[in-house]
Design a protein. Structure first.
Ligand SMILES: *C/C=C(C)/C=C/C=C(C)/C=C/C1=C(C)CCCC1(C)C
Length: 221
């Protein structure tokens, strides 16, 4: 059921971001396109994941990680894009965020599929996440953001930061409970991951959309 609801929400969000693209200034259009791509890619994966779930009753771990491996880097590009809309940003910012994402997801996958002991895989995966959080909290990305004079971008940055710290924390909690805390049932694990995706893909896009619309309106005035 949650697979189905989230598929529909993702499809609706995709349509919304693509249509709203027309409403914002040129420098924001790519950000909205990327938001729409994130929800589109996830929607397609959710259709497949639901099939796996309905037909086998097992967690669609492979599809989930393919989805994450495509969409998390796109979300990281968003940090680069919103800062680039108003400032000059070195590409190292993006590469570091990408590196952190790959470490986080790579070890998570090894742990969930049993190719690595899940408890052992948890720690390097957490380090990857920590590396991302450090970059946007204290690293170059945060310094660029602090130096901006655009309130809309700064507001979006603050919310995106909250998403990556608080919103993303749902995933390792789900993993921890599912694989290390004596083992939760797959239903709980999937509902937790599905809810987290809803917040962190659609919510993240809405943050960017809100900043893009506010900034476009204020520069018109
Ligand atoms: C749209 C999909 C998103 C935003 C997925 C995010 C996934 C994570 C933040 C996963 C994190 C994990 C850890 C930090 C440790 C345990 C293993 C993971 C992969 C669940």
């Amino acid at each position: 059921m949650s697979f189905w609801l989230i598929s529909m929400a993702l499809v609706a969000a995709t349509a919304f971001f693509f249509v709203e693209r027309d409403r914002v200034a040129g420098k924001w259009k790519t950000s909205l396109t990327v938001s729409g791509l994130v929800t589109l890619i996830a929607a397609v994966h959710y259709f497949y994941m639901r099939d796996v779930w309905v037909q086998t009753g097992t967690s669609p771990t492979e599809f989930r990680y393919i989805d994450w491996l495509l969409t998390v880097p796109l979300l990281m590009i968003e940090f680069y894009l919103i800062l680039s809309a108003v400032a000059k940003v070195p590409s190292g910012v993006f590469w570091r965020l990408l590196l952190g994402s790959i470490a986080m997801l790579g070890f998570g996958f090894l742990g969930e599929t049993g190719m690595m002991n899940p408890t052992v895989a948890f720690f390097p995966s957490m380090l990857g996440w920590g590396f991302i959080v450090w970059e946007i909290f204290k690293g170059e990305a945060s310094q660029i953001n602090a130096g901006l004079s655009n309130v809309h971008v700064q507001k979006a940055y603050k919310w995106m930061l909250l998403c990556v710290t608080v919103g993303w924390s749902i995933y390792p909690i789900g993993y921890f409970v599912g694989y290390m805390g004596g083992g939760a049932d797959p239903v709980t694990l999937n509902v937790v991951y599905n809810l987290a995706d809803f917040v962190n893909k659609i919510g993240f896009g809405v943050i960017i959309w809100a900043a893009a619309v506010a900034d476009s309106e204020s520069s018109k005035a």
